[in-house]
Design a binder for this molecule. Structure first.
Ligand code: FAD
Ligand code: SF4
Length: 353
């Protein structure tokens, strides 16, 4: 008899949502995660808190993991990846590469939830000095600092008096080929800016932006309070370079509202790096034989009304493997992909009406 199991590749927010959804309608689920723990980037990168209400990321993800694992029929393979895939919808064989060596498992359907990686700010020609200057950091570095409860300048351990965020690093950039908006960085930068204001008394915080893109409720949940309650200063401008000067960093660019050049000394510069497909997303697309779009994310060929089907029947995708996504997107696409995969699995078992 054909297997009635759904394989979910990736145990981050989208993979966990997929697994919970498939299991809640009665499918057996195996989560295949290459790391030694579940939770995806929010756990791996030590996020302090999540939008919009600054809830502890560890607590929130802990709850999602516990809820997913509470479903009977969910099993987890840690430190494991998929090395091969053969067969067809309802009857796939996956080659797993795990701690005990290689092994084949039979599954009816697959959900790819292998997520994203951060744009590497040292990779291209932008002159922000991420690898040159200790006090130039990225969003995820600041998250880890906030989680430890201290915001300091890495160069000398002192609290900063002035902090700025530079938006759209590695996104919306035709020169480097990442023309898309990474979707979360305006909200995440505003959230972190608020947290810096709360953590360091008297600190001035600036956000240099091209456009502020706050999706849906984030406008009122994050952006307005950041400005009106926490006095984060938003400056529409383009930053061209960051230079060291007198023990601080000189941020140079153009204030596009005033139409004039600007030079502002800062103690800590935070780069709002964008999202790119993770190496695991690229690899799984290859192993599963599914199409990628020109940025390397998984292609959803059926378009906006079927966002989780891939080019191979019985293989679905969810979360940031499909493109820039926030946690809400991951829950939605994960839930949808899990239900679609479960439908394939349950019909293979003959349990679907
Ligand atoms: C600094 C920062 C802060 C953020 N804060 C927020 C926030 O506050 N609110 C919000 O809504 N969004 C936030 N986001 C976005 C959020 O991180 C993503 O929406 C979310 O992590 C995407 O989840 P995912 O499951 O699709 O991918 P990921 O979180 O990337 O998880 C993918 C999982 O797949 C695993 N994997 C990868 N390849 C393989 C493989 N080949 N085999 C097996 N497993 C594999 C990985 O190890 C990982 O566990 C933030 C992003 C950044 C950069
Ligand atoms: S969310 Fe904001 S910072 Fe991120 S790419 Fe889009 S506009 Fe730029």
């Amino acid at each position: 008899m054909a297997s009635s199991t759904v394989a979910v590749i990736g145990g981050g927010p989208a993979g966990l949502a997929s697994a919970a959804s498939a299991a809640s309608v009665g499918a057996d689920v195996v989560i295949i995660e290459k790391l030694g723990f579940l939770g995806g980037r929010p756990i791996e990168e030590n996020y302090a808190s999540i939008t919009p209400y600054l809830r502890s990321a560890e607590e929130a993800m802990g709850e999602v993991i516990a809820n997913t694992l509470a479903h009977p029929g969910v099993s987890v393979r840690l430190n494991t990846t998929v090395a091969g895939c053969s067969g067809e919808a309802g009857d796939f064989t996956l080659e797993l590469d795990g701690p005990g060596g290689t092994e084949s498992i039979e599954v009816a359907a697959v959900v790819v939830a292998t997520g994203f990686q951060h744009f590497d700010p040292g990779r291209e020609t932008q002159l922000y000095g991420y690898y040159e200057f200790d006090d130039v950091i990225a969003l995820q570095d600041l998250e880890a600092m906030l989680k430890e409860g201290r915001v300091t300048r890495p160069s000398n351990g002192e609290e900063p008096k002035r902090v700025c965020f530079i938006q759209c690093v590695g996104s919306r950039d035709r020169q480097i080929g990442n023309e898309y908006c990474s979707k979360v960085c305006c909200g995440v930068a505003s959230k972190e800016a608020t947290e810096v204001r709360l953590a360091v008394p008297g600190v001035e915080v600036f956000i240099f932006y091209i456009d502020m893109r706050m999706y849906g409720y984030w406008e009122t949940q994050i952006y307005w309070p950041a400005q009106e309650k926490h006095h984060v200063q938003y400056v529409k401008g383009i930053i061209t370079e960051v230079l060291p000067k007198d023990g601080r960093l000189l941020v140079r660019g153009e204030d596009t509202t005033m139409g004039r050049p600007m030079e502002v000394p800062m103690d800590l510069v935070v780069l709002s790096v964008g999202m790119e497909p993770s190496p695991g997303t690229r690899k799984m697309a290859e192993v599963l034989g599914i199409e990628q779009n020109r940025f390397g994310f998984i292609e959803a060929p059926k378009g906006p009304l079927d966002t989780v089907a891939t080019s191979r029947e019985g293989v679905f995708a969810a979360g940031a493997s499909l493109g820039p996504a926030d946690l809400e997107d991951c829950s939605s696409s994960g839930g949808f992909a899990g239900a679609r995969a479960a439908a394939v699995a349950l019909s293979a078992r003959g349990a679907l009406r």
